[in-house]
Design a protein around this ligand. Structure first.
Ligand code: SF4
Length: 366
């Protein structure tokens, strides 16, 4: 059964009615359970669970320390192109936006890679806008080979591909895939994805699974908060991660909680994820999926990220640049405005001052 079939089973599910019947006892039982089912997960996501956030956060912290110790994995993104052939209402790279476009030459990728490598961080995520014409598979393979010479783990966040294409990237040294569904609600998906390949809901939904089949060891997913209704979107993101980790045991599945930030085009979020609910969702993810990495990007402020670290986050980008060529000579505007503008050294010092160990590398492809 594909994940789409699982999603369909919830088409008629009345979240409000379920949440209205959640009691304090149900929440406490779910917090204490060792293995949570999807009812427990819903209990922890319920509006009522917010009243017990302290107990939820305490337990989420315990489980995190049990599985990850006091560590935080570091990575950096590198934007190699901002060309895009799709029109998505919420994104600065949309083909509708009149922004300066650029794509790094392979020589420029090499220079950026050398600069990033100076930070000591050994995990890199390379991103492009979604244009198969300007950044075809052959270009992505060449970029991957360059990055692989400088970094122990190379991840991609590019337009979804067929399993065969993913496999070619895997062979070129890519071992991790990030692909956000953005919004699981199909109606809203169609409303915000106006034209281009990204309008294909199912092709995107199945992309993480094709990546797992192609051999990627690490898959990172999540909804983009600000599009669909917050709690159902959080639920479907968690369910998707559970589906993948149950089916692909050799694969580590991680979750991100990106919230919409300011971007070119002035998109106003359709729903708002406040900080308290953000923490609640993060803790619910931790208890539902104890081994999943929880990744917090520089979209969030420095102070908020530092607080999340103490609860159950396990993965940080540090000193990110979201412009093409951002680490040497920025060639474009950023994809979105970052909120934590600290450089890598400052983030690392802060992590250490809180008693955590920054992890530069926990994987070597052989
Ligand atoms: S979200 Fe992706 S596909 Fe959509 S406009 Fe931005 S880069 Fe292009």
């Amino acid at each position: 059964m594909s994940f789409l079939a699982q999603l369909k089973a919830y088409e008629e599910f009345d979240f409000k009615d379920y949440f209205d019947h959640v009691t304090d006892t149900m929440i406490f039982e779910s917090i204490e359970k060792k293995t949570l089912d999807w009812y427990d997960f819903l209990n922890l996501l319920s509006p009522r669970a917010k009243q017990h956030l302290e107990a939820l956060a305490r337990r989420a912290h315990e489980v995190t320390v049990q599985h990850f110790g006091y560590t935080i994995s570091l990575y950096l993104p590198i934007y190699v192109s901002n060309y895009c052939s799709s029109h998505c209402l919420y994104c600065g790279f949309s083909k509708q936006n009149r922004i300066k476009r650029n794509k790094l030459s392979l020589e420029e990728v090499e220079i950026e890679a050398q600069e990033i490598a100076k930070t000591g961080i050994k995990h890199i995520l390379f991103l492009t806008g979604e244009s198969k014409k300007i950044t075809p598979l052959s270009y992505l393979i060449d970029v991957a080979k360059i990055l692989r010479r400088h970094f122990a783990q190379v991840a991609i966040e590019v337009a979804p591909m067929d399993e065969k294409e993913y496999h070619q990237l895997f062979e070129a040294g890519v071992d991790a895939l990030t692909v956000y569904q953005e919004v699981y609600d199909k109606t809203i998906y169609q409303q915000v994805h106006i034209s281009g390949e990204k309008t294909n809901y199912q092709y995107r939904l199945d992309a993480p699974e094709r990546g797992a089949k192609a051999g990627f060891r690490n898959i990172n997913i999540g909804p983009l908060f600000g599009l669909g209704e917050i709690l159902p979107e959080a639920f479907f993101g968690g369910l998707h991660a559970k589906y993948l980790s149950d089916k692909y045991l050799e694969c580590e599945v991680g979750l991100s909680l990106p919230r919409i930030n300011e971007a070119e085009g002035g998109f106003q979020p359709l729903s708002l994820l406040d900080d308290t609910t953000f923490v609640q969702i993060m803790c619910a993810y931790r208890l539902f999926l104890p081994r999943a990495d929880i990744n917090i990007s520089t979209r969030e402020t420095a102070e908020f990220r530092d607080n999340l670290l103490k609860i159950c986050a396990t993965k940080f980008s540090a000193g990110s640049k979201t412009e093409v060529g951002g680490y040497t000579k920025a060639k474009t505007e950023p994809q979105f405005e970052i909120s934590d503008a600290r450089d890598t050294t400052h983030v690392i010092e802060r992590i250490q001052s809180m008693g955590y160990e920054p992890v530069y590398k926990n994987w070597e492809g052989i």
